[in-house]
Every structure is written in structure tokens, then in C-alpha cells.
Write a protein that binds this ligand. Sequence first.
Ligand code: PLP
Length: 465
Amino acid sequence: MDWDEFSDWGKYVADWSATYHKTLADRPVRAQTKPGEIAAQLPDTPPNNGEEMTAIMADFENIVMPGMTHWQHPRFFAYFPANASPPSMIAEMLVNTVAAQCMLWQTSPAATEVEGVMIDWLRQALDLPDHFTGVIQDSASSATLSAVLTMRERSVGFTGNRDGLSGKGNLRIYCSDQVHSSIDRACWIAGIGQENLIKIPTVGPNFSIDVEALKQAIANDRANGHVPAGIVAITGGTSIGACDELAPVLQVAKDEDLYTHLDAAWAGSAMICPEFRQEFWDGVGGFDSIVFNPHKWMGAQFDCSVQFLADPTAQLNTLKIEPEYLKTSGEAVTNYSEWTIPLGRRFRALKIWFLIRSYGLDGLRTRIRNHVLWAKEACEKIREIDGFEITTDPILSLFSFRCPGDDDAQQKLTDAINEDGRIYLTLTLHQGQKVIRLQVGQFDTTQEQVLLAADVIKDVWEKTR
Ligand code: PLP
């Protein structure tokens, strides 16, 4: 492909993309294909000779697109959103074009410096104290792994990377039973082990970690010769939106000298709205590490996860490695690859810059406020469906419900809804029973589309009961 053809195809794809987004509401939300159906349409062997772009594009439309689930669909209510606002998509196109690998300051100074400023814009937007710095990672899972590795190293005097963990006792990490599985996985990978991730039950309307039980667990562990290393708190758990009360958790960490990490991957975006901070964000400035994903609710195209650090020293002592071939000369600069596990880095800050400049924080706040409001309205409509039960009230824009019947009935209704295609929902397990989750958060959804969810649920329920 020469650059003139690239230019033609680039224009074609820009038009295709706009049409795709404008007509998304007419498509089923979840892909309606069976396992193996897409792969069966692809040749078993790669072509020896180049093919025309027209043929490649036609196959993309005819083979690939039917197998896509539409995450930007206005009636996507499953999981959490992965929003792609148009300006952030434009920024990604530019990043793809320049295609820089931004591991060190000198490998693209602008990428490092825009990243530093975007971290600070977001710090202000989330009302974090001004000593916080941070780094952009690919995912919350990577940020949490970085924090758990830091907990590990700090608890063994930063000797684990050098000596291994043998003979260092059982390092213990504490969290509630509502955290995301990325915390478990971080403990596996960090050599902590599942058995040493101590999950504490929750209490209260927001399913906050039981602080007395947390204190007791730490005391028992110390009495048994284990080594407490850190606490992972949650603001906005994936299952039903659980939020820990942050200040009491931080007090325990302070008393016990433990490193703290807060997973606010989803709900962090909502903290740009001051009215949510009193209930969900009080005391947040005391954490050592905080992760939130602008690629979820805020609108920065996937992937984009921000890890704030009160002081990066402990994480740098854990992750920084500087072989001769990566050393640079001259003035001291920030090399963000020293703060994270992968060396190679995309220029993710650009899409945050485009996003915030295009909408302003107020434009983003309006969307989030609407989502929270419309989730409450949809919840009330579902409560009115005969025999339905709201199992957890909205926490921000996420709630859960059950239709009449046992767990199989919940599964059957969810499958039928997703096969119907007008909306997309997912299930979780809450207090030992299956519940259906509904979150509102798609960037361009409307009140009408959200309220339609309740009508679709009722309609499918009546047809399939
Ligand atoms: N934490 C929470 C609360 C989540 O909901 C998720 C994913 O949905 C994650 C962490 C993992 O996020 P990522 O896909 O960025 O690793």
C-alpha cells in the first residue's frame, strides 16, 4: 500500500466509522454468532501473494463485523463500559500514525511531558492532594500488580527481587470479599499466593470492608508469625459496586504500617463530580496508590488506566531496572517505563488531552450525573415488574435484580435477553445467589435508551417465563 492509497482508505475508514456509530442502535448489542463460526470462514493458511484492500475490507464487513459485540452501543448495560469518545478515537488515530514507542523521555519527550501534565489534570479533577504523581498503564490489572509487588518488596526490605521470597514468611495482603479478581491474580503473580490474600466480609449499605474484622485478621496473623504487607481497598466493586469506607481502612494501615492501594477502576471517573466524594471518596488522599480507568466510564478509548502514587519511590525501588542499553545522558528526566512492568509504552496521554479539552470536565460530569440518575429511574421501573426484586440498590449507576425463580431462572432470562439483542446484561453471584447486573455508562446513551432496558426485560420475561 502506498501513501496515496493509505490516504484514500483512511478517508473511507473515517466515513465508515462515523456511519457505524450513527447506526449502532439498529444492531444487536451482543454478537449473535456461535463458537467457531467466524474462524470457519477464514482460510487455514496465510496467502502467499498480497490481496487487494477492497477484498480485505469486504471480508472485514462480512466476516468480522457479525462477530463483534458492540461496546459503544447505547444499550450496552453489561460488565462496565469501555467508552470511546470521538475525540479520543481521533487522538488514537494520530498515535497510531506517529507510532512511537515512548518508553523513555528521549524516545518521545512530548509523550512523557503530556503524560505528566495529564496525570496532574486528572489528579485535580479527582480532588487528590497535590503531592500525588502517577503513571498511565494499560489496565487496572497491571497497576494493581505493580502495587502488590511494591507491597511485597516493602514488607521484605526490598530484598525480594534480589533474593527471592524463600524464608521470608507468609506475606499477607488484606481486602474485602468484593474486590475484582485482578487482586487475586496480582497475588498469584507476585508470589504471595491465594491463601495469603485474606478476604474480609463486608458491612453496611455500600458493602464496605468490616474494619473490626480486618483489625482482628491482622492481629491473628501477627500472632501466628505471618507478615502483613498491605491492604487493597475498593471503590466500586465489579459485582454490585461495593465501596469501602476509606478513612477507617487507612487508619488501620497507618497503625499497622501497611502499604495501601485503592482500586477505583470503574467508580473513579465519577469522582470528578464533587457531590459523590463525601460518600465514596472521603479520606482518599491517604492512599499510597490509587488506580482508575479513564477507559471505562470517562471516555478515553481503551486502553488507558491511571495509577496515582503518593510517593513513587517504593514502586521505583520495586520495578526500576536500568541496563546499559537503556541509560540516557544529560539532565535528569522522567522515564515512565521505570514505573511499570512493560518496557514499551504507547502514547496514551494524548487521548486524555483530546478528551478533556473537547468536553471540558463539566461536559464529562454531565454525562456521569445523567447515568447515575437514569440508572435510578431504570431500577424503579424494574422494581415495578411483577415478581421482580431489586437485590442491590444503585451504587452510582450499578444495581442488580432477580426475576421470580431460582438461579437457573436468572440465567435463562439473561440468556434470552442477550439473544434478543436489544440490550446486553450480565450476571454475578451476590450473597450466594445469581443476580442480574445493570450498569448505565455508555458515553452517548440517552434516558430513552436506558429506560427501554426495563421494557425489554419485561417483554422478554413475559415471552420466555
Ligand atoms: N477493578 C475493577 C473494579 C474492575 O471492574 C475491573 C474490570 O472491570 C478491573 C479492576 C480490571 O480492569 P482492567 O481490565 O483494566 O485490568
